[in-house]
Design a binder for this molecule. Structure first.
Ligand code: BGC
Length: 253
């Protein structure tokens, strides 16, 4: 079992590819479709099924990264998806829909697993590493000596009378039409706060925006150890596929 379909379910887009989990690389092109606007369970499960059908993936192992807290197979939060997700048995839903055997973990945890194994985090097997995905929301994956602490939700830290992802996510940048300087400074305030709380040895920034790291990194404090993710937007797919064989104790389910 080294080729697994990994699916990264986002609030905006749902994408998948077959991954060689021994090498941590995509072995097919990505197939991406918009996440259904309703963001309700049935519709989103149908989108996942469409990705499986595209790769003719049936009765096989499937790894899914999902944008919510997933614990004991249940979805516990719904910040950028419909509220009706709360309490849903995501294993039941996705297995029935896709006729596959799925493993489902938080999307940022999935990206973190990929980056720690095959990306920049590889060189940090010890200490505290935090990966933050800056997309529609902000996802987080916290690693202590290489072991994942699942479902940390650092994008929801109280920040400026609201929560951090409303200020420092990529969607906040777009919505408020922030310049790179304005965004960089906003992000810096958030990262300084995360740094103060956890004193990480490394912060990795993931999500599509990490491609533009050079544009905003000059506004980040020199005291922070921040690096862009190596796998940019593919970390979510690679990590989702890897979650199928990732240690049971680290699965978040
Ligand atoms: C959700 C997280 C998710 C992140 C990125 C946040 O709004 O609460 O669970 O990891 O968005 O998708």
């Amino acid at each position: 079992m080294k080729e697994i379909l990994g699916i990264d379910v986002g609030a905006t887009g749902t994408k998948g590819a077959i991954v060689d989990i021994k090498k941590g690389v995509l072995i097919t092109d990505r197939f991406k479709i918009p996440t259904p606007v309703s963001k309700k369970p049935e519709a989103m499960a149908a989108a996942v099924k469409e990705i499986c059908q595209n790769f003719q993936w049936k009765n096989k192992m499937l790894g899914i990264g999902f944008p919510a807290v997933i614990k004991n197979k249940i979805c516990y939060t719904a910040s950028n998806i419909d509220n009706s997700w709360i309490g849903v048995d995501v294993y039941d839903l996705f297995n029935n829909k896709t006729k596959c055997y799925s493993t489902i973990i938080n999307d940022a945890d999935a990206a973190g697993i990929a980056e720690m194994t095959y990306g920049v985090g590889k060189k940090w097997p010890e200490g505290i590493v935090i990966l933050l995905t800056l997309g529609t929301g902000i996802g987080s994956a916290v690693f202590m000596n290489g072991v994942l602490v699942p479902n940390t939700e650092l994008g929801h830290l109280k920040f400026k009378g609201s929560i951090a992802e409303r200020f420092a996510s990529n969607s906040a940048r777009k919505k408020k039409k922030l310049s790179w300087e304005e965004y960089g400074k906003e992000l810096n305030e958030y990262l300084v706060h995360v740094d103060f709380l956890f004193s990480p040895d490394l912060i990795i920034l993931g999500g599509g925006i990490s491609k533009q790291f050079k544009e905003f990194s000059k506004y980040l404090s020199k005291n922070l150890d921040v690096k862009p993710a190596l796998h940019y937007n593919n970390a979510g797919i690679i990590g989702a596929a890897m979650s199928v064989s990732y240690g049971q104790k680290n699965k978040g389910n």
